[in-house]
Design a binder for this molecule. Sequence first.
Ligand code: F0G
Length: 376
Amino acid sequence: MKPQAPNLSIPASPSGLELNWKTSVLCSQGIIEAYTSYLPVTSRTPIVTLSEGNTPLIPMPHLSSLIGRGVKVMIKYDGLNPTGSFKDRGMTMAISKAKEEGASAVICASTGNTSAAAAAYATRAGIKAFVIIPQSKVALGKLAQALLYGGEVIGIDGNFDQALTIVRELGERYPITVVNSVNPYRLEGQKTAAFEIVDLMGDAPDYLFIPVGNGGNISAYWMGFCEYHQEGRCKRLPKMMGFQAAGSAPLVVGKPVLDPETLATAIRIGNPANWEKATAVKDASGGEFNAVTDQEILAAYRILANKEGIFCEPASAASVAGLLKYSDKVANEATVVCVLTGNGLKDPDSAIAFSANEFKKGIAPSLDAVAHVMGF
Ligand code: F0G
């Protein structure tokens, strides 16, 4: 006898709300559903979600052994979000609130990841997304995403800081909602990554190592840890260790960088919009801002991939580069979480250009030739 097909019909909705069939079908929750009581949403907020969040906290045995002294290193792999970066946590909030407020269009400046997330969540909400990007400095995968999700992609012959200045002014002049991290809902959503870490570990780590560009994410994590701490969900607060690329390190040099440069294009930012917030976080947590060179970023990028099996984008590897460079700042037996903000597939050009591995090609299509190359 044939097995019975499962009943896939969508039950009639008791309340008549759109999408409420979800209540009778098991689906993954997004961060708004998982942490509703911590977020500025109400029953009237239409939740625009792609089931973001709940990303893995992964132990890093090789990195831990490199540091030694009983230090336990983990990564928060936020590159496993639906569009491949931590931006999805903030964007589910920003777009849900924009939709609630009746916006018909949103806009962002972006080094790439925000543009991908904005385009995806706006599409999901039936809202138009304009994304302004530095046209020659956005990784291929991110551009591909923004275009395919249906964003209106506008490239400027300038850098991210210039794009953000234009976007903020457009937001003041025209009926369009800015969804960069100057939008407070973005940080509210992003703080849920800290909740997830504490929910798993049972406490906050001793240190959080994190790449810093505009300074939004480090501020969001701190907000999350502090909210949980106030409720007694964690006993300690981590030292927040922020890392910028050496050619784009305004928070380290203490003044804006007019012509930021780094191959970690996601954090190629010379004048962070959340400068004061991020500095206050560093000070309040007893943390530090430091710079890592492109060579150090690439070394960490390669170690993560070929020793730990983790493929992140170069900007994300800045957190691990920072840990390797400044490991003497970490106490014996401490727990360290390094945030990996974006997926390696975002930037295939960098992966191929900077892999230490060799692509053996041009081999004759014969068993003997292939076996010979294999070393048999
Ligand atoms: N890592 C990645 C992969 C990023 O894309 C960004 C920022 C950061 C780190 C830095 O985070 O700005 O909150 O300090 N990307 C923005 C964008 C600027 O447009 O996608 P931050």
